[in-house]
Design a protein around this ligand. Structure first.
Ligand code: C2O
Length: 556
């Protein structure tokens, strides 16, 4: 065998522990990986084996998720707490080990336990293996741009508020670029991400939205981008002056330094379509970093013109115009025959308040909740098994049931306001949809836009999917099937289901195990906007869930 193309084992140790950081003038104790915020950037080549030794020295339960990695036959390394593993308890450790194959570009990793991902996250960059190259000219340099969200408080308490009181959105105190808020925030002049560029050179920006709750617009003054990949799948080159990125998504974009000397702000600001109320003000702050041309004397950077926070037209344009690089590296054609059709409503609702009336902060003293097909998902905490372990041991009783519905319990229709009531009080459950090994699933995600009119970035663990079409209003098969792009649709792991609209996706269930599906807005996730697929074992030992690693945490 040729040693020139042999794959490597790439090894990291992630020690998660308390560290004191200062942001917005205040010192805060946070849990972070190896003392840094964001955590370390992981660099691998396609085909490598990645080994991460997670050591939990924090006071919190911990799991790590490799967002967008297929985990083909390494299911026990996926990470969502109570789904594929029990938490790594304080003082515990677990080694994540998996192959990174059949995908290239920018992914990321984050804690998948409570709101811990506000502090525990970083980039995961997959470059072509030796002897292979990008399907675009080699950039002069690559720049990870990890967008985050900062709370001037303990994020565990912020989550507790969301869960207990179901209150108005917990608006963070700042957005950040590579952990830094930038000069538009208090005391942050010296906490500004800066990148130096050479005039005439082209840079590959690897943009990740690691924010907990907000979609973001991203711009750089006087510069344009060429999008070349999303969610670690190559796209046809798409020219734009603005990038839209939902929580969970990534965008790889080329930036040519084609201005004369000077300095320019890069800026990220929320895209948010819901209406402000006194209880739920809109997030309206902006994080900035600086692009400075080599040799420039310090000047005040130029600020880009940002769209309005509710500029749906701009957001939709971006999402609708991206197509997949048909025939490019790791291209997967759209599976033609659909075995399972699902229609899934995604949206918010209400739940009764178990606290004295005046302590729940949702509308009319209820708490907010969220559901898929009118089922509000609850993790099987305290049942003794993770869902994957229950599947492996054939002991699912008391852990989950197999009756997640293929459709909502009524025909969804925007024009029927009585549906707001029926969707209002979804029962809490832990239901999965069972799929035959290798079956092809098509899902229409219908955004109900009840109570909160906003996009829901739906993420599926374990699989990429083709986005066949998206649109506004009620999905209507006889009208909308004609819009399906079956030739070169974008391939993603997270689709921003548009506000008051729908998106249709298709994927092949080629990996046995239990795979979480959820809204990547963490508020919505804690309220139950989640379900899971249980993919049956295939016919051979190579397509059967392997036994768990010996060090897998077992206290659920
Ligand atoms: Cu990026 Cu279930 O996560």
């Amino acid at each position: 065998s040729s040693s020139l193309v042999s794959a490597d084992v790439v090894e990291y140790t992630f020690e998660v522990g308390n560290v004191t950081v200062t942001r917005l003038c205040n010192e805060r104790v946070i849990a972070a990986v190896n003392g840094s915020l964001p955590g370390p950037t992981i660099n691998v080549q396609e085909g490598d084996t990645l080994v991460v030794h997670a050591v939990n020295k924090s006071p919190y339960n911990l799991t790590l998720h490799w967002h967008g990695i297929f985990q083909l036959m390494s299911q026990w390394a996926d990470g969502p707490e109570y789904v594929t593993q029990c938490p790594i308890l304080p003082g515990g450790k677990y080694t994540y080990r998996f192959n990174v194959t059949a995908q290239e570009g920018t992914l990321w990793w984050h804690a998948h336990s409570s709101f811990l991902r506000a502090w525990v996250y970083g980039a995961l960059i997959i470059r072509p293996r030796l002897g292979h190259s990008y399907p675009f000219s080699t950039p002069y340099q690559e720049v990870p741009i990890v967008l985050g969200e900062w709370w001037d408080s303990n994020v565990m308490e912020v989550e507790e508020e969301a869960v207990q009181f179901g209150g108005a959105p917990n608006i963070s105190d700042a957005y950040t670029i590579n952990g830094l808020p930038g000069p538009l925030y208090n005391c942050s002049q010296n906490q500004t991400f800066q990148v130096e560029v050479q005039q005439g050179e082209t840079y590959l920006l690897r943009i990740i939205n690691a924010a907990l709750n907000e979609h973001l617009f991203f711009k750089i003054a006087r510069h344009t981008f060429t999008v070349v990949a999303v969610d670690a799948t190559y796209t046809n080159p798409y020219h734009t002056d603005i990038i839209v990125v939902a929580p969970g998504q990534t965008v790889d974009a080329l930036l040519t330094a084609n201005q004369t000397v000077g300095s320019f702000f890069m800026a990220a600001t929320p895209y948010q379509t819901r209406t402000a109320t006194p209880d739920a003000p809109l997030p309206d702050t902006t994080t900035t970093g600086i692009v400075v041309y080599n040799g420039s004397t310090s000047t005040t950077p130029l600020m880009p013109t940002l769209p309005a926070h509710n500029d749906t037209q701009t957001a939709n344009n971006f999402y609708l115009n991206i197509t997949g690089l048909e025939g490019g590296p790791h291209w997967v054609p759209v599976p033609e025959v659909v075995d399972e059709h699902m229609f899934i409503t995604v949206g918010l609702g209400l739940d009764s308040c178990n606290l004295p009336n005046d302590t729940c902060r949702g509308p009319n003293n209820f708490r907010l909740s969220a559901s898929m097909n009118n089922e509000s998902f609850v993790l099987p905490v305290g049942r003794g098994f993770s869902m994957l372990d229950a599947f492996y041991q054939n002991a699912t009783n008391g852990v989950y049931t197999r009756d997640f519905p293929d459709e909502p319990p009524f025909v969804f229709d925007y024009t029927d306001s009585s549906l707001n009531i029926s969707l209002g009080f979804a029962p809490r459950s832990t239901k999965v949809k069972t799929l035959k090994f290798n079956s092809t699933v098509q899902i229409v995600f219908q955004n109900t836009a009840i109570l909160s009119a906003e996009n829901h970035p739906m993420h599926i663990h374990g699989f990429n999917f083709h986005i066949l079409a998206q649109g506004t209003g009620n999905y209507n098969a006889s009208r909308d099937e004609s819009k399906f792009n079956l030739k070169d649709p974008q391939i993603r792991n997270t689709v921003a289901v548009p506000f008051a609209g729908w998106a249709v996706i298709r994927f092949q269930a080629n990996n046995p195990g239990v795979w979480l599906v959820h809204c990547h807005i963490d508020d919505h996730l804690t309220w139950g906007l989640s379900m899971a697929f249980e993919v049956e074992n295939g016919p051979t030992p190579e397509t059967t869930l392997p036994p768990p690693p010996a060090d897998l945490p077992t206290q659920c």
